[in-house]
Design a protein around this ligand. Structure first.
Ligand SMILES: CSC[C@H]1O[C@H](OP(=O)(O)O)[C@H](O)[C@@H]1O
Length: 351
């Protein structure tokens, strides 16, 4: 069992094909921006941070061995590839923000006369390679900040619930919401974790359960429809989920089903936390109504493992995400601390 979603070394990129998990653990090569785009769209790699890292690293493998006559030729190819990559999936903001940063770096290097074309390529590659380690550092900080917040004033082990997959498989490592659960466990203060199956792509049943079993954490899988009954019968200390895009006012887009978890949490007075790095916060969007929600193929709903489960001829609606309004969110756990949704805009000034 391996939890390493992304393998990268000196211009060589491989990803763990998450469509095959948990039955098969197979790495596939990503040798071009086209490969990167396809793997992201088909969700062979998924999870907002991992999408950004694999998208940008696919650009690295595309340009790594190429010679460019001019800095301008390099810059325009980089911009063209990034504009293509961000069309792979619309909701998660991490790839868009990373692409903007690389574009800005390329523009600055183009204008910098002391840097030649090879130096420019080298710096672009270096800045993207650093995304891997930075993401792991951020996730470990999110883990600690989240564990501190959840255990504040509590002197007994916790029962936690999470939705979708926000672990090592969704990031460069350790995870966001699942990272917080790991940090609580490291302190021997995790009594139990419940994870939802997360229909229709089943990230919870296939990927989060895979990580929880791998880590030997005390865990139980439930269907998405069992959450209210669980909160009604069991003392769950908090619900903790990830994020694909957090708007300036704190409204959060995350895996479909997150909003109803927040509504149930409110009804049962259970704290509801979002764990997300600043690379998932989009202050250019004022509130959640402006977030584009991806709609995915109906086959994801009508078939499981290639087997049709829905009656032929039925119509489907398959939004991949929904938006949880800020007022239902207790706190946003970031690498820089736990923020109330209302504090976000102040903390994240647009660059
Ligand atoms: C840290 S992962 C964040 C987020 O991404 C997932 O979406 P998907 O599996 O469709 O890429 C899910 O919404 C997670 O909460």
């Amino acid at each position: 069992m391996t939890l390493e979603a992304i393998k990268y070394k000196v211009g060589q990129l491989q990803i763990l094909d998450q469509l095959l998990l948990p039955a098969e653990s197979k790495y596939i090569p990503i040798a071009s921006v086209k490969d990167g785009w396809d793997a992201i769209y088909k969700m062979q790699v998924r999870g907002a941070p991992a999408i950004a890292i694999v998208g940008c690293l696919s650009l690295v493998v595309e340009i790594y061995d190429k010679q460019y006559d001019t800095k301008h030729a390099l810059q325009s190819e980089v911009v063209q590839h990034l504009q293509y990559l961000v069309t792979s999936r619309p909701t998660a903001v991490n790839l868009k923000l990373a692409a903007d940063e690389v574009k800005t770096l390329a523009e600055n290097l183009l204008a910098n006369e002391t840097v030649n074309v090879e130096g420019m390529k080298h710096q672009i590659i270096k800045s993207i390679e650093q995304m891997l380690e930075k993401d792991i550092q951020d996730n470990r900080a999110i883990g600690e900040n989240g564990a501190n917040a959840l255990l504040k004033g509590v002197d007994r082990p916790l029962k936690l619930l999470t939705h979708c997959n926000t672990g090592s498989l969704a990031t460069a490592g350790y995870g966001t919401a699942l990272g917080v659960i790991r940090s609580v466990n490291v302190r021997n203060l995790l009594e139990h974790v419940y994870c939802t199956e997360t229909r229709p792509y089943n990230q919870g049943a296939r990927l989060t359960a895979y990580e929880l079993v791998h880590d030997k954490l005390p865990a139980t899988l439930i269907t998405d429809s069992m959450v209210a009954a669980l909160l009604n019968s069991t003392k769950v200390d908090a619900i903790i989920v990830g994020a694909d895009r957090v708007a300036a006012n704190g409204d959060t887009a995350n895996k479909i089903g997150t909003y109803q978890l927040a509504v149930v949490a409110k009804h049962h007075d259970v704290p509801f936390y979002v764990a997300a790095p600043f690379t998932s916060i989009d202050v250019a969007i004022q509130d959640g109504s402006r977030i584009k929600i991806e709609e995915r193929p109906e086959q994801e709903l009508t078939h499981i493992g290639g087997q049709r489960i829905a009656a032929p001829g039925i119509g489907c609606w398959n939004p991949a995400f929904d938006v949880t309004p800020a007022e239902l969110i207790t706190g946003i756990i970031t690498e820089r601390g736990v923020l109330k949704p209302s504090e976000l805009a102040e903390k994240v000034r647009p660059k």
